[in-house]
Design a binder for this molecule. Structure first.
Ligand code: KIV
Ligand code: ZN
Length: 513
């Protein structure tokens, strides 16, 4: 049996630091449950000191997750560590992840601290975290640009102080695979107590090398990889979980380790994260892109038909791709609906949510005769997204006629519970609808992105609309789904506005107070 490679998922923390990817508590719980089904070893649920909302989300995840370890991030500050400990304490297995920057540029320009002060604060923080849990992880932030001698000193000291996992972050995605692999090998061989800790890596994708760097580290002895679903994360993102896991599994001739993930849950997780954050997955994305297992050129198809392995190194079903089955119809009942969602890995939290999703399903079945898995995924996601919104679409009538200016009449349920109606015209029906909404809401936000995708084939398909808004430097994404794309557009715009109107007073982990 080879070593186990620990998979530490940070979709809910670093992934959420992606502009526009912020998630509500309920959304985080849904993703955490999907990650638990995927059997990730550690879920980094957030940065509890960031805000009261972040604290409550981490606490809620800790209270529902049973099998994975739940981790909270903390800067190397007493108040952060105390807050992280409080947030994760309900979990069966807890971890505190504390970090401080060690590169010359970060120590001088950001922290304004000497290396000796950084060393002292790191030791103190690990000791404090150990008062709450035996499972403490320490990261020297920007390790990729830190001095190796200093890394050796600080890592030796924090292992002595009780850190069981040492995570080496390439915070700015600067390193190259050969050098990063070499760095891990050197740290492991030079640090006298390195055998007392598990070495981990956390790579950003600024040069498109996050997965390659992580794998080079694994070959050189790292036994934990920090990664995110779909590679979500700050700037260009983090190492994509699905790519790391499938590389290790597919190239067992190279990797002296294995993961214990249920890889058949990968596609479900990818879709869920994409639909909650509004970050679409590009079609040619490895493992989870729509074309990842599609063969177009005749010669490839011929080869695959004769012998699958001529052009396939993995099986689509091993990562959870299934034929997009026609599953339910107009006469399907509530139980069939519930069972089918469970089979798809979709767990609803309450009977209320089930009823709301079932009502949407019935309405859809009246319009569209064949309902597919992807339709269900879209309506469930849409139902759960709009359920707790304050600003809601009540009615919409649009008129679009050759030679005439399109106009829209809209009624919204406002934040104070009253209903208001207005009419507006625009260059097209969507433009008229957005202008009508703005007349009522007056958000003064800028529309950065508007996109429409059909969920299944055919003109009767559900359209999924994505909207990205910016206001005072803050970016939010909104989604909406409906067979009528103007209605889907209105919902997506309202979804984004609901987020813009939710005050956000949160600290960023990489900014010191
Ligand atoms: O990229 C980074 O350095 C981080 C740390 C908090 C581990 O996200
Ligand atoms: Zn990071």
């Amino acid at each position: 049996m080879t070593d186990k490679l620990i998979i530490f998922d940070t979709t809910l923390r670093d992934g959420e630091q992606s502009p526009g990817a912020s998630m509500t508590k309920d959304e985080k719980i849904r993703i955490a449950k999907a990650l638990e089904k995927l059997r990730v070893d550690v879920i980094e649920a957030g940065f509890p000191i960031a805000s009261q909302g972040d604290f409550e989300a981490v606490q809620a995840v800790a209270n529902v997750i049973k099998d994975s370890t739940v981790c909270g991030l903390a800067r190397a500050l007493d108040k952060d560590i105390d807050r992280a400990a409080e947030a994760v304490k309900g979990a069966n297995s807890t971890r505190i992840h504390t970090f401080i920057a060690t590169s010359p540029i970060h120590m001088q320009e950001k922290l304004r601290m000497s290396p000796e002060q950084v060393l002292e604060q790191a030791i103190r923080s690990v000791k404090r975290a150990r008062q709450y849990t035996d499972n403490v992880e320490f990261s020297p932030e920007d390790a990729g640009r830190s001095d190796t001698d200093f890394l050796c000193r600080i890592i030796e000291a924090v292992i002595d102080a009780g850190a069981g996992t040492i995570n080496i972050p390439d915070t700015v995605g600067y390193t190259l695979p050969a050098h990063f692999g070499q760095l891990i090998a050197e740290l492991r061989s030079r640090i006298p107590n390195s055998d007392k800790a598990i070495f981990s890596v956390h790579c950003h994708n600024d040069l498109g090398l996050a997965v390659a760097n992580s794998l080079a580290a694994v070959i050189n002895g790292a036994r934990q990889v920090e990664c995110t679903i779909n590679g979500l994360g700050e700037r260009a993102g983090n190492a994509a979980l699905e790519e790391v896991v499938m590389a290790v599994r597919t190239r067992q001739d190279v990797f002296p380790c294995h993961t214990e993930l249920d890889t058949t849950q990968i596609v479900n997780c990818s879709r869920l994260v994409s639909s909650i954050t509004g970050f679409p997955v590009q079609p040619n994305k490895a493992i989870v892109g729509a074309n990842a297992f599609a063969h177009e050129a005749g010669i490839h198809q011929d080869g695959v038909l004769k012998h699958r392995q001529t052009y396939e190194i993995m099986r689509a079903e091993d990562v959870g791709w299934r034929a997009n089955r026609m599953v339910l119809g107009k006469h399907s009942g509530r139980n069939a609906f519930r069972n089918h969602l469970q089979e798809m890995g979709i767990d609803l939290n309450s009977e209320e949510e089930l009823n709301a999703a079932f009502a949407r399903f019935k309405a859809l079945a009246d319009k569209k005769h064949e309902i597919y898995d992807d339709d269900l995924q879209a309506i469930v996601s849409d139902t759960l997204t709009t359920e707790h919104e304050q600003l809601k679409l009540v009615a919409l009538k649009v008129c679009s006629e050759t030679g005439e200016t399109p106009h829209a009449n809209i009624t919204l349920s406002m934040n104070d519970g009253t209903e208001k109606s207005v009419a507006a015209s625009g260059s097209g029906p969507v433009d008229a609808t957005f202008k009508a909404i703005e007349t009522l809401v007056n958000s003064e936000s800028n529309l950065l992105v508007y996109s429409v995708n059909n969920v299944t084939d055919g003109t009767d398909a559900i359209g999924e609309v994505g909207v990205r808004l910016e206001k005072d430097g803050r970016i939010v994404n909104g989604q909406g789904a409906d067979t009528d794309i103007v209605i889907a557009s209105a919902k997506a715009y309202l979804n984004a506005l609901n987020k813009i109107f939710t005050p956000l007073d949160r600290k960023h982990p990489q900014i010191m107070p």
